[in-house]
Design a protein around this ligand. Sequence first.
Ligand code: FHN
Length: 466
Amino acid sequence: MRCLLFTALFLATLLAGFPGAADTSAAPPPLDKRIAWWDEARFGMFIHWGLYAIPAGEWEGREIHGIGEWIMRNAQIKPRDYRPLAERFNPTRFDAEAWVKLMKQAGCKYFVITTKHHDGFALFRSAVSDYDIANTPFGKDNDRDIMRELADAARKEGIRIGWYHSIMDWQHPDYLPRHEWDDRPAETADFDRFRKYLHAQVQEILTNYGEIDIIWFDGEWEATWTHEHGVALYDHCQKLAPNILINNRVDKGRKGMQGMTKQGEFRGDFGTPEQEVPEHGFGEGVYWESCMTMNGTWGYKAKDHNWKSTTTLIRHLIDTASKGGNYLLNVGPTAEGLIPRPSVERLQAMGKWLEVNGEAVYGTKAGVVGKLGWGRSTTKALDDGNTAVYLHVFDWPADGRLVVPGLTNEVVGVSGLHLDRMRRVAGARQTGKGVEIALNGEAWDEHASVIRLVVKGEPKTEQAKP
Ligand code: FHN
């Protein structure tokens, strides 16, 4: 019966041409208005979860190299041999409220989860596909839906909601190009029919779960996906959800892993550097987010224990904020639905650091004093017209003098962002070449000790004199 229903729905979609977006007729607000919350948020959680968590990096007894969610490609698995994984997907320990609780503990303000990765499996209930969560032990004979449970839990806690959705699809019969070992007939493939399917599923994930804040496309790099396709998909999303943020991987303008959008009419509200923090920021009004793994894989791999330290993760967060960008840090849950313990520990430690130092990250703008040998800086305009310059000290100066070269403002005040019973920040003075801060004793935080320097008016800098 369900099969008939989705066939009818799918045919109706085809006949109607591209799914007529639910015409909201509301014009989208300008980008700077839509993205204001995101530009303040600075820190989100990426979640790569799907059938690939079942093999977890192994196939037919062999360990498979590469990132876990690419196992279908890296192990050269045919679609017909991969698809039965859906009959084993039963994350009995998945608890959306527990995941959202961890996001809060970590200090994440939004999350982005894979609704469909390149393997084509829909982690949501889809009326246009039977390769979806409804056809798994988890979703059969009930109406459980991972996207709904996560969206409901996140809204209760004020966490913003993002869907990752792959354009590239290694399962759908109409997607081209195919893997060379995929022996299905390619002659019958119809890429336009695939695009209608893609638009139909995007319509499902943007209209079935309440207001969604971000859609994060990926897998746009193959030649079959064109700039015209990207423009049509961007417009489709904006019609369905006028306030939504759409990354630059919807179109063809992304400059590789460096992630920013090249000149031209390419669509996308923010750039997406991957596994790197750009050398510098891009100035006011250019929005970007660095996405990174915590170990060596996005999707869960049982044997990847190559975890980055908490200090590294906190300093990545600071580095992106110091350049005016966001940090999207990934977790890869297991097939049971658990976020790996090492990820949980690191996220909770990051949240502890943010409990004390969050004001130096959230709602800040890029640092104004250029590259600092001892750490990074972020800035925040204060209500009284003065400016807080936050100094994130990685390397505590042995001589007790912290110099902020080139900052020429009058000093209003200085303090450590922690319970400074020891008065380790003794004072600050304008030297004419910059601000010098006198420090007593040792650093108070192993990850980054943050000093709040308040200067008069808007920051004034000049090239630090030699
Ligand atoms: O191929 C994907 C990969 O699996 C992962 O989803 C990352 C995350 O941004 N994006 C692509 C690689 O650039």
